[in-house]
Structure formats: C-alpha cells, structure tokens
Ligand binder design. Sequence first.
Ligand SMILES: Nc1ncnc2c1ncn2[C@@H]1O[C@H](COP(=O)(O)OP(=O)(O)OP(=O)(O)O)[C@@H](O)[C@H]1O
Length: 255
Amino acid sequence: MIEIRGLTRRFGARTAVDGLTFTARPGQVTGFLGPNGAGKSTTLRVLLGLDRADGGTALIDGRPYTELRRPATAVGAQLDGGGAHPARTARAHLGWIARANGLPASRVGEVLEGVGLGGAARARVRTFSLGMGRRLDLAAALLGDPGVLVMDEPVNGLDPEGIRWVRSFTRALADEGRTVLLSSHFMGEIARIADHLVVIDGGRLVAEGRPDEVAAGHASLEDAFFALTGRPGGADTGFGRWPGGSGAARGGGER
Ligand SMILES: Nc1ncnc2c1ncn2[C@@H]1O[C@H](COP(=O)(O)OP(=O)(O)OP(=O)(O)O)[C@@H](O)[C@H]1O
C-alpha cells in the first residue's frame, strides 16, 4: 500500500507538490497521471527516499521509505535510466544489485525469466533495445520480491507490443496482490492499463477514481482530463503539449 498524505515539496518559490493526498492499494494498478511538470517525479522521489518533503507524508506499507528495514523487499522502483553499466551483462548487473541488497543470487535467474529476458542473461546491456532495458530495470525492481512496485513513465517510447507487454505484466503483478503505481503523461495508454487513476496538475490532485468514474460526464477520458484541468484540448494521446499550471476541479471516485 502507498499512502500519500498532504505531501508538499517546494523548490524556492515554486511549489512542485502541493498538499497532495492519494492512496494506491494492493491488487490494483494505479495510474499516476499529469502533464509535464505536474509533480509526478517529485512525488515518486520523495516516496522512494530520494528527496525530502516540506510537509505531509509518503508511506509504503505504513512507513516512510527511510524507516523500511529491508527496502528492496518492500518496494521496487523502475525509474528512468536504471543505471546498468553498458559493458555489463544483464546477469552481472542484477547479481551486483542482489549482493548489494543481501538478496539470494538465485533470484537473478528467476527475475530475468519473469520479465522475458532469460535468453539475454549473458548479453551486454549496451546491446539491449529500449524495451529490453526497461525489462531489465523491472527485473532489478523485482529482485527483492516486493509487495509494492513503482514505475516512472514505463510506456514512454515503447512500441505497441512493448506497451501490451507492460499492460499484461503489471496486471499479473497486481493480481498477485501487489500494489502497482505507474506514472505517465500518456493518459490514453495508462487508462487502458490501470484500475484506478490519480490525476495531478500543478502539484495538486485534480481527479481520482476508476477510469469510467474519471470519464463520467465527458465524451472520453481525454476530454475529461482537459476539462478537469481547465486546459484547451487538442493533444490526442497525452498531456505532452500542455503548459504547466494548476488545476482546480476534482473528479469522482475515492478521495
Ligand atoms: N530539483 C529541482 N529543483 C528545482 N525545481 C524542480 C526540481 N525538481 C523538480 N522541479 C520543478 O518541480 C515541478 C514538478 O516537476 P516534476 O519533475 O516532479 O514533474 P513531472 O510531473 O514528473 O513532469 P515530467 O512528466 O516532465 O517528468 C516542475 O516545475 C519542475 O521544474
């Protein structure tokens, strides 16, 4: 379970995250959506102990990241640029992470098989496609068999086949009872993957609920997002063309 409560993070005069509250529950894929600069990465960085909050809390299974006794077994994160050395093999990369976290070496083969990279275990990371690199980062996130998985922009740049793979893989992880949180500015793709949507803009919650709840009263989810954030429409697959700013309206569903 991920619980964000009144989270605030300021950078000088700019408030990147502004009193944000939402919950990502076990057994569900939660889509964390918003235009560029909305505050998604900042929220995830605080959640993962990579940045501090100015106010509020970000909890994983009831504790801040810094108080987790064995973080790798509680939460796995697939963030942009997983940091695998290009000259290393996939297996060596994961073996190094497993050792650093006190995890059994036997997990390396299991997670590589799990993400469909069993045949590429001995290949050097520099030979990997974007999609393979993402799978490797996901394998690293899953080494500790965590109950919570956080993925930052997992479908960015992937082809339709890669997106479909992310969809079925995250579905399976949630069906095992894990909490899965996916951030993205591509609402169309994430709405097809997620059970629950959390939409932010200007660091604030603007809508939360099931995709059908967020879309209620609008011609489409896309229209709902544009209306909820008070922005002009026009982008067909995401928020990418929108300027930064703050929204006011909130959608239906859980608060
Ligand atoms: N270290 C920092 N110093 C100053 N400002 C920052 C810093 N990190 C983020 N910001 C600002 O905070 C705001 C939120 O940024 P953040 O990266 O969290 O948004 P985002 O929703 O993840 O956007 P994107 O989809 O583009 O990654 C932006 O205005 C950004 O410029």
